[in-house]
Design a protein around this ligand. Sequence first.
Ligand code: NAP
Length: 521
Amino acid sequence: MSELLSNHVGGRWVAGEGAGTALFDPVTGDELVRVSNAGLDLPAAFAFARETGGAALRAMTYGERAAMLGAVVKVLQAHRAEYEAIATANSGGTRGDNAVDIDGAIFTLGWYAKTGAALGPARALLDGPAVKLGKEDGFRSQHVLLPLRGVALFINAFNFPAWGLWEKAAPALLSGVPVIVKPATATAWLTQKMVADVIAAGVLPAGALSIVCGGSAGLLDALAGEDVVSFTGSAATGATIRQHPAFREQSVRLNVEADSLNSALLMPDAAPDSEAFGLFVREVVREMTVKAGQKCTAIRRVFVPAEHYDAAAQAIGAKLAAIKVGNPRNEATRMGSLVSREQAATVRNGIAALREVAELLHDGATHELVDADPAIAACVGPTLLGARDPQAASLVHDLEVFGPVATLLPYRSLADAHALIRRGGGSLVASLYGADAATLGASCLELADAHGRLHVVSPEAGSLHTGHGNVMPQSLHGGPGRAGGGEELGGLRGLGFYHRRCAIQAATGVLDAIAPLATSA
Ligand code: NAP
C-alpha cells in the first residue's frame, strides 16, 4: 500500500485512521499516496488555530506578516523541483501547466509580501477619511478594519493544488488570520507537501497554517462566529455548503468561487485578416488547451460575427489539430491528461450532451495519444463545437464542461452578443478582441456588471497582455451569480474578507490617538 499522508492540526502532524483514499497518476493509473482525516479532533484543531495561531499572527504588524510571506516564498522556491515532480505524477499536466499552478502560487505570495510591506507597523487599516457627524467639527466617524479573530477555512478545487492554497493564504496571513486548508482529495499531495515544507522551515507561528486531507465531513460543524470559509469548486457543492447552519445561524462569512461559462468575444471590426483575429484565435486555443481546459477561467463560449463563423471554425480547428495530446513526460506532448478517469468520463459525457445542440467542428477523438494507453490515461483531445443558433442552444450557456472543450457561437449584432454572453448567468471573465477603442470601451461597460474581470486584447496590447485565464493578484478574481458571487485578490482589496469593519464615533482627539496605529490600505 502507498504512503499515508499526515494532516497538520493542533500544531502537530497527525495520521488519519484507516487505509484512507488513494490518489492516482491519471496517465499511468499508478497509485501514488493515500489520505485520511478519519478520527481527527476537528473542534480542537480549529480552537488551536484560532487561539494560538490567531493570537501569534495578530501580535505581529502587517509589515512583519508581509516579511513572513516573503520567507514562505523562499521555502517554496527551494523545493520547486519536488513540486514539479508531484504535479506531473498526480495532475497529468505539462511543465507549462505545472508552472501556471506552482509559479502562479509563488508569484502571488511574492506580490502580497512586497505590497504588504508598505502597510508597515500598522495593526489596523483605516477605511476612508474621518467624517464629521454634526454641524460642529469636534465629533467624527472613522471606519477601521480589524483582523478577524477566527480561522479561515479553505475548501479547494482539484485543479489548483498550489495556487488555490496560496492565493487565499497570502491575503489571510497578511491580514493576521490563521488558515486551515482542505485540498480536493484527487490532488491533495502537492498542497500537503508545500504545507509540510513551510511548517518544517519554521517560518510561521504555531497554528498559523493547518491542513486536513481527505473528505469534508465535520469541517463545517467546527466553525464558529468569527471564522470565514473560502470555497472553490463546483456550483453544486457550493450550493450544498451554503445550506450549513454555520452560515445561517452564526453569520460565518462564506466566499464562493464556482464554475463559470466564460466568453471570448470577437468584435465586429475584427475581420479574419486582422491582427485582432489572430490574437483571438491564439487565445481561444491557449485557453482550451492549458491545463487541458481545467481552469475555472477558461473560455467556454466563443462569440464571433455570424459572417466570420466559418473562418473562425477553420482557424481554431487547424491550430487544435496540431496539438499533441498524451503523457506530459514526453517532450512532444503539448496537452496532458485530465486529473482523473472520472473527470475524463464526465467531460466525455458533457461533450455528448452539448452535441445534442451543437455540431462538431474539431473532434478531439481524432488525436492519437503520445506515449499513453487510451484504455488507462485520462486524456481527452481538444474539442471545438459550434451552434449556429445560439439563442436556441440553451445548454451551451448552462453546462460547464470542465475540460478542453469550447463552443463557437455566431452573433448578428453587438447587442445580440452582449445578451448572449449574459446568458452565462454571471461569469468570472470575458475577453474582447478588436481594434476600435470606443466600441471596446462601450462593450466593457455593457458587460462589467455580469463579470468579475474583463480582459481586452487590442493590437497594442498584443504582446503586453497577461492572458484571458491568468488570475493576477492585482486584479479581482470572482464573479456574480452562477460564478458564485465571490471576490478574491484585487490587490489589497483581498484583505477585506479577513477583516471586520467598525465605525468609531469619537472626538477628534481620540481619533488622532488611533491614527498612528492604523494605515490606509
Ligand atoms: P467540487 O467537486 O465541488 O469539490 C471542491 C471541494 O469541495 C473539494 O475539496 C471537495 O472535497 C469539497 N467538497 C465536496 N463536497 C463537499 C461538501 N458536501 N461539503 C464541503 N466540501 C465538499 O469541485 P472540483 O471538482 O474539485 O473542482 C472543479 C470545479 O471547481 C469546476 O466546476 C470549476 O469551475 C470550479 N473552480 C472554480 C474556481 C474559481 O475560482 N471560481 C477555481 C477552480 C475551480 P473532495 O475532493 O474531498 O470531494
